[in-house]
Write a protein that binds this ligand. Structure first.
Ligand SMILES: [Zn+2]
Length: 557
């Protein structure tokens, strides 16, 4: 998603001001926004068909969303909750093409009085709305529309809306990550015919209208998160490519501003090919072959919009020419292409039900950077990159905050969760098995929304070790565990334990060099083991720290 790992390094201030503060008092409005309320629980979205006409000069939009849904249960007298953020206003709601429904407003929530509907029936709710746009102050870290100009002064518009604001900042929907439209979504945009409109998936049609506007309709057929459905409107041109991948021919589209065309052609395909090769190897087939893969020039740094990844990295390696890991490895590839595309697997393919579990998106995607580095430049490069990202860890608050109020945890969900995954991999010391686990996650939870527990349990089960205390430690506390060890006089025995950790913390460690390998499972009690020749050498503080996110110290007996 949007809080890039590197930002925990260079934009700490922005994260603090835009993230929820430690002492936030949650309100009824937060519950309406973040919980599956009774008014959300009885229906399941199967499709969104959104149409918008933005007015660039007036900074307003008018539009509609035809929401196709299936009733999970009969609704009785329970209304239907829609989310749409002020100052946008709902004008009318039409059920199944003819019946105009009454509704009332409660802040950013709209209660629609639907007639009684039976269980397992399908309906269409057409919602018409208009109003002034909510502008993103600092996209992509703040939600809303960006109405800006390109470097030649021509109109350029898009939206960012993950997290606190959500998609209801620009269209009416059930604004909860747990309910993705099962059969996909379409986005129709009416724009001046001098501009080009791009969105997710494939272009269904473009039509010129007599009034000097043009209509573009784009659609995906796969489930998609609300915040991933995004318009891009500007002076776009495009070129196409294909990639021979694990599921066959993957269509690739590059949509760039006209003046970027030449450099895009020489730069983007090479970077994208490397990315797809590394990611399909480690994480399995790209999850949206049917909808294609696209990179689209954006006026902000970047976002993982499904099959329409926003790109604003200046056609430079690193993060706009900087390496957040400080190791040099981050300058060997384009951070936005790698990170935001990594989300196609973790975030878009596997989506969490609650924003609180967002580490599944950001931790694994942060880790995809390590996997990419490893694939292209070797294991030691991956280790170095991963350890380098630690300088962004703040241990300010837990990665997983409270549930049901649309709360978001610490920015540590990027590098710290990425380091936790790396520690699990090193302890496992079996990369083939580890790769099966990462690919297995993407296969088992293919196009699903999940809880952190499902992911945690899957990894434990497939790895053959119960990591529940390891997850608790890194995801639910701010403590950094310490490994203490000492040798007996002639280095024939070593004793070790963890301190500063949760009860039962037991991260397994595989310590090795070219000659010997020792696997230990320390706990908070001292354990002593006998050492064979050469084995004492692997108890090396610097080496252990380079592979495991721990404090490590050789202490006196
Ligand atoms: Zn991200």
């Amino acid at each position: 998603m949007k809080y890039l790992a590197i930002l925990t390094v260079c934009l700490t201030g922005a994260l603090t001001s835009y993230g929820q503060s430690k002492d936030k008092v949650f309100t009824h409005a937060d519950t309406l926004r973040g919980k599956i309320t009774a008014e959300r629980a009885w229906w399941n979205v199967t499709k969104y068909d959104i149409a918008v006409k933005p007015d660039y000069k007036g900074k307003t939009i008018s539009g509609s969303n035809v929401i196709t849904y299936k009733t999970i249960a009969g609704n009785g007298t329970t209304p239907l909750q829609l989310d749409l953020r002020a100052p946008l206003m709902i004008d009318s709601v039409i059920l199944n093409g003819s019946e105009k429904l009454p509704f009332s407003q409660e802040g950013n929530v709209w209660h629609v009085k639907v007639p009684q509907q039976k269980k397992s029936t399908n309906h269409k709710l057409a919602v018409f709305y208009h109003g002034a746009v909510h502008e993103a102050i600092r996209a992509p870290w703040d939600g809303g529309w960006t109405f800006t100009t390109d470097s030649l002064g021509r109109p350029w518009m898009t939206v960012t809306c993950q997290g606190e604001m959500g998609a209801s900042v620009w269209y009416p929907c059930k604004d909860d990550q747990s309910d993705e439209p099962d059969n996909g979504a379409s986005l129709t945009m009416i724009v001046p015919d001098t501009l080009v409109a791009v969105a997710n998936g494939r272009l269904e049609y473009k039509m010129n209208n007599p009034d000097g506007t043009a209509t573009y309709k784009w659609a995906v057929i796969n489930p998609i998160s609300n915040y991933c459905i995004i318009p891009y409107i500007g002076k776009y041109v495009n070129f196409n490519d294909t990639y021979a991948g694990e599921k066959g021919k993957l269509d690739i589209g590059y949509w760039v501003l006209d003046y970027n065309l030449a450099k895009a052609k020489t730069y983007l395909p090479n970077e994208v090919n490397h990315m797809l090769k590394a990611f399909e190897y480690w994480m399995g087939p790209y999850p949206f072959y049917e909808d294609s893969y696209k990179l689209i020039d954006a006026p902000h740094t970047g976002m993982e919009h499904q099959s329409a990844v926003a790109y604003g990295n200046y056609y430079k390696p690193g993060y706009r020419g900087r390496d957040g890991s400080g190791t040099g490895w981050g300058m060997k590839w384009d951070f936005i292409i790698v990170h935001e595309s990594g989300h196609e697997w973790f975030g878009n393919n596997i989506t969490t039900n609650d924003l609180a579990d967002m580490w599944v998106h950001e931790g694994f995607t942060n880790y995809s950077e390590t996997l990419y580095t490893d694939y292209r430049f070797g294991k030691e490069a991956g280790d170095a990159y991963n350890a380098g990202t630690r300088k962004g860890i703040r241990n300010d608050k837990p990665i997983i905050p409270v549930y049901d109020v649309n709360a978001q945890g610490s920015g540590d969900m990027y590098p710290k969760a990425g380091n936790m995954i790396h520690a699990i991999r090193h302890g496992l010391n079996d990369d083939e098995r580890f790769r099966r686990i990462i690919r297995g996650l993407n296969k088992t939870f293919y196009h699903q929304t999940v809880t952190t527990k499902q992911v945690e349990n899957y990894v434990s089960k497939q790895a053959g070790f119960d990591y529940s205390k390891v997850y608790d430690q890194y995801l639910r506390t701010t403590q950094l565990p310490k490994l203490e060890y000492y040798f007996d006089q002639d280095h024939k025995k070593v004793s070790f334990r963890y301190t500063n950790c949760v009860e039962g913390f037991n991260l397994p460690l595989t310590l090795k060099n070219a000659a010997v390998k020792v696997r230990v499972v320390p706990t908070s009690n001292w354990t002593t083991i006998n050492l064979k020749n050469g084995e004492a050498d692997v108890f090396n503080t610097d080496k252990i720290v380079s592979q495991y996110y721990l404090n490590v110290a050789e202490v006196k007996p």
